[in-house]
Design a protein around this ligand. Structure first.
Ligand code: NAD
Length: 468
């Protein structure tokens, strides 16, 4: 049996069938995870349902439990970190950041208000507004930040009084299974369950009649399937989907000053971030200098296994993603793109791809129009702000975007013209537990984090009392 177990009703559960988990630094299997059967999933959902009444009863106990979860993650971070690195690919320091970030999110969520509101109190009526939990919630997560993105869902769902089933990506199940194990002591049995398996397990979970909400982070294509699968049962959904974020750099910038920050806004986690900069638009006068500065950083950055102390970027997470990035870069090249840096795989084994900067590419080429989700950035020039806003907004995506300028007021004004959920000025990707996050258009439905994320795991109930 795999040493990694599912958590069902507070207990460690294995499975007859196992799935291999590959190390993206080698492309070879290094561990197995249980492949949850439909009957086991049903057990998990039934356990979550049975745990609801007691869990819903005491909000203060739930807050205390969330703080225990934060402590448990911190206590286990050094043990889970290497597992996250080996299955995901990211450098160990980044894996640890993700785990400590998850603890921070638990702590911050535990402090959110969840009070009834008195809407009216007069001689005739007393009207109260209550926030009720939804019931059993399913969390379905991707492979780029498996622990942190799960905790964005788990913490508010549990605080609101729901119980939870987590289904991680089959590429990165182990850190989520380890999370389940770490939280077994902190939470009553059945409140938090973790099951591992392939996409089919996600479909079973989505269709399960006892699940009342699906909180999903992943691709647009899967998000649409989930929305359709949830519809017959009118399950609530929050969908955090893909992005193709534009960054617009105005000519008043000093290229040397912003290059490093711009580079990491696109290449952090090897570009596998939903809100990474995926299209870079630079105003003509400084275009050559920005391209040169980014190219120099791309050539200098150390790419290697996440376990090596000097690696700044790891491999891509999986073969399909590696093939996709290779294909998009080759396609751009065949359409006349110039490769300023990178443009090729880096090693004989594993999914390493060189940080890649391309120019002479435009809308109509796949690398610009589609979400690459990898270390290959198209850099394009523009002449006027009106023109570039049209290009930036001319897509189905609408997750994030940014304006880079020394004129902060102008930057903030232009940010309002970007069609996206978060528009930054002189930064990109800055997310926090007390600030809502979500996408417009095809990038999602609903919000996570802060009181807005908590509200998404509740429904209103009006208590209307006639006094006579
Ligand atoms: P994916 O959609 O392929 O898979 C995500 C999860 O959905 C996995 O757990 C998978 O097993 C499950 N799944 C697949 N098909 C399913 C189905 N029909 N029903 C139920 N579950 C199913 O996404 P991915 O490749 O793991 O992640 C990359 C994508 O995630 C990118 O598009 C990225 O932009 C997006 N993403 C978005 C955010 C955000 O917050 N908006 C954050 C991170 C990643």
């Amino acid at each position: 049996m795999s040493p990694f177990t599912m958590t069902i009703n507070g207990a460690a559960v294995g499975s007859d069938q196992q799935l291999s988990v590959l190390d993206p630094a080698t492309g070879r299997p290094f561990a197995e995870c249980p492949d949850c059967s439909e009957a086991q999933l049903d057990q998990a959902v039934r356990a979550a349902k049975a745990a609801l009444p007691a869990w819903q009863g005491d909000a203060e106990a739930r807050r205390a439990a969330l703080l225990k979860c934060a402590d448990a993650i911190e206590a286990q971070a050094q043990a889970i970190g290497p597992v996250l690195t080996q299955e995901q690919g990211k450098p160990l320091g980044k894996a640890l950041e993700e785990l400590y970030g998850a603890a921070l999110w638990f702590r911050s969520t535990a402090a959110l208000p969840l009070e009834d509101q008195l809407l009216r109190e007069d001689e005739h009526f007393r009207v109260e507004l209550r926030r009720r939990p939804l019931g059993v919630v399913a969390g379905i997560t991707p492979w780029n930040f498996p622990v942190l993105l799960a905790v964005w869902k788990i913490a508010p769902a549990l605080l609101a009084g729901n119980t939870f089933i987590l289904k991680p990506s089959p590429y990165t199940p182990l850190s989520s299974l380890a999370l389940g194990e770490a939280l077994r002591e902190a939470l009553p049995p059945g409140v938090f369950n973790v099951v591992s398996g392939g996409d089919q397990l996600g479909r079973w979970l989505t269709a399960h009649p006892e699940v009342r909400k699906i909180s999903f982070t992943g691709s647009v294509a899967t998000g649409k399937h989930i929305a359709a699968a949830a519809a017959p049962d009118l399950k609530r959904v929050t969908l955090e989907l893909g992005g193709n974020d534009p960054a617009i750099v105005l000519a008043d910038n000093n290229p040397e000053k912003i290059a490093e920050k711009l580079f990491w806004s696109a290449f952090a986690n090897s570009g596998q971030v939903c809100v990474a900069v995926k299209r870079l638009y630079v105003e003509e006068p400084i275009f050559p200098a920005v391209v040169e500065a980014l190219g120099a950083i791309a050539e200098r950055v150390k790419v290697g296994p996440g376990s090596a102390a000097d690696s700044e970027l790891g491999p891509l997470n999986n073969r399909a993603q590696f093939d996709r990035v290779s294909e998009l870069v080759d396609d751009a090249r065949s359409h006349g793109a110039k490769v300023v840096a990178g443009g090729k795989p880096l090693a004989n084994e594993g999914y390493f791809y060189a940080p890649t900067i391309l120019t002479d590419v435009a809308e109509g080429v796949r690398l610009v129009d589609e979400e690459q989700f990898g270390p290959a950035l198209p850099v394009m020039s523009f002449k006027s702000v009106d023109e570039v806003l049209g290009r930036a907004n001319g897509t189905h995506f609408g997750l994030g975007g940014s304006i880079w300028t020394e004129d902060l007021d102008r930057g903030a004004a232009l940010a309002r013209d970007l069609d996206c959920g978060t528009a930054w000025v002189n930064q990109h990707m800055n997310l926090a537990p007390d600030v809502p996050f979500g996408g417009v258009k095809w990038s999602g439905i609903g919000y996570e984090n802060g009181p807005w994320g908590l509200a998404a795991f509740t429904e209103y109930q009006v208590i209307n009392v006639a006094k006579q």
